[in-house]
Design a protein around this ligand. Structure first.
Ligand code: PMP
Length: 423
């Protein structure tokens, strides 16, 4: 029965039943952390053989550089070839960074801030700076633009991507300098942008010539189904319109091989890449080329990497299934929440009744399950409706995840009942 259709007495007894269950949980001394989207141990094991690829004693890149030595600021040719296939750009349109795409994004914002983009005034000298933030979104994106003093404007997500009508209107303002996008299996909704959305992004004509779309394709090969639908290639679409400078594409192998020891890349027009490469050479002599070579040697081809991703899928898809099954069984009949059943990526986005998210996360925490903080999916950590909670199912063993979900739904029930009772 839908909770909102219950009488006050029914809600009171529903609440006290669930409080009893909750207190039993508290007695169990749980200690589970589901705050971040980390791969689990079995996933990390999938790439351990990579550590042996230099047993053949070959350290020479095809360009004649010994990868153990200094040099080549933007990546060895093998890595450029391999990763340009991964993110769908040409070998002249890619920079191989270090182990973190977030760090590459920070670098790109920092360059725009200090030096400007392709002759435009540095963002630091602009009286006002605004950035568009599809919400819910990735908290670390928002922290970057917060750090650089941007006013962040929330853009609602729709099932086909961010609200494009709103974006097209807002980019008429010259102070609007960019937008964060996770176009395939967005963090946390798991939404993939429709072809129309990608085309509208590629066709944007912002007032600011230095407006950039930060196209963080972190989950481009992270499918949870056997017949994945891939989004359109934005750089190709933008090129068709002579608008190729508008986008910076990012990706990494953090959730393919090892988070923290993977390879991060950025794709962009030749003009953008040339400028950023110049600045990069001031900050570093060269990233870890051994790691670049290790990745290329380990996978060989992009097809092999996609096969490798199927092994990840085998491990984590049952965890996503479990979360959705529990929510379908326990929450759907009560009408006290909505969630996504994503076809890829790392998260399930749960929307509780308005005003309940903080309370649910706190209740879970007090009983030993740490979730991503409520509000984290919004700029400045402020969810105006206090309803979004990011569920990250990959890391815990499935038995622990089942326990955590059992607790989670009890907490949702308690918080929703409290809300209806006006407590
Ligand atoms: N972008 C998104 C959308 C992410 O979810 C994450 C990791 N959770 C990152 C970037 C970070 O990637 P990296 O490890 O390459 O810095």
């Amino acid at each position: 029965m839908n909770l909102s259709q219950m009488t006050k007495d029914q809600i009171v007894s529903f609440k006290s039943e669930n409080e009893k269950l909750y207190n039993d949980f508290k007695g169990q001394g749980l200690c589970l952390n589901m705050a971040r989207g980390n791969p689990c141990k079995e996933q990390l094991e999938l790439s351990v053989d990579m550590l042996g690829v230099f047993d053949d004693g070959n350290f020479m890149s095809s360009c004649g550089t010994d990868v153990r030595n200094y040099g080549i600021v933007d990546g060895i040719p093998e890595a450029k070839k391999f990763f340009s296939d991964m993110i769908g750009v040409g070998t002249e349109e890619i920079i191989i960074f270090g182990n973190s795409s977030l760090n590459a994004m920070f670098f790109a914002v920092q360059c725009a801030f200090n030096k400007g983009i392709l002759g435009s005034k540095p963002w630091s000298q602009c009286e006002k700076r605004k950035f568009l933030c599809p919400v819910p979104g990735y908290d670390r994106h928002f922290k970057v633009t917060e750090f650089f003093g941007f006013e962040m404007i929330n853009i609602p997500m729709t099932p086909s991507g961010p609200d494009m009508d709103m974006i097209e209107e807002l980019v008429k303002d010259e102070d609007v300098k960019g937008i964060w996008c996770v176009p395939q299996y967005s963090n946390p909704d798991g939404i993939s942008y429709s072809d129309e959305t990608v085309k509208r992004f590629a066709a944007l004509k912002p007032a600011a010539k230095d407006f950039r779309i930060f196209w963080d394709n972190a989950y481009c090969i992270h499918h949870l189904t056997d017949d994945p639908h891939c989004i359109l290639n934005i750089l190709d679409e933008a090129k068709k319109l002579g608008n190729e400078d508008i986008v910076y594409v990012f990706g990494s192998t953090s959730k393919v091989t090892f988070p923290g020891a993977g390879v991060a890349v950025m794709g962009a027009s030749v003009a953008n890449v040339e400028e950023l490469r110049k600045y990069l050479g001031i900050s570093i002599i060269g990233y870890d080329k051994m790691n670049q070579f290790r990745h290329v040697k380990f996978f060989g081809t992009i097809e092999n990497m996609k096969e490798h991703m199927k092994k990840h899928k085998e491990i984590i898809a049952p965890k996503f299934r479990l979360v959705c099954d529990v929510l379908n069984k326990e929450i759907a009949p009560l009408g006290i929440g909505e969630w996504t059943d994503p076809e890829g990526g790392y998260f399930i986005s749960f929307n509780a009744p308005a005003g309940c998210a903080k309370r649910i996360v706190q209740l879970c925490k007090d009983a030993g399950v740490t979730l991503t903080g409520a509000g984290a999916t919004f700029p400045h950590g402020v969810d105006p409706e206090d309803k979004n909670i990011r569920i990250a199912p990959t890391y815990p063993p499935i038995e622990d995840l089942a326990k955590a979900m059992e607790l989670f739904v009890i907490c949702v029930k308690i918080a929703a009942a409290e809300k209806l009772l006006g407590e």
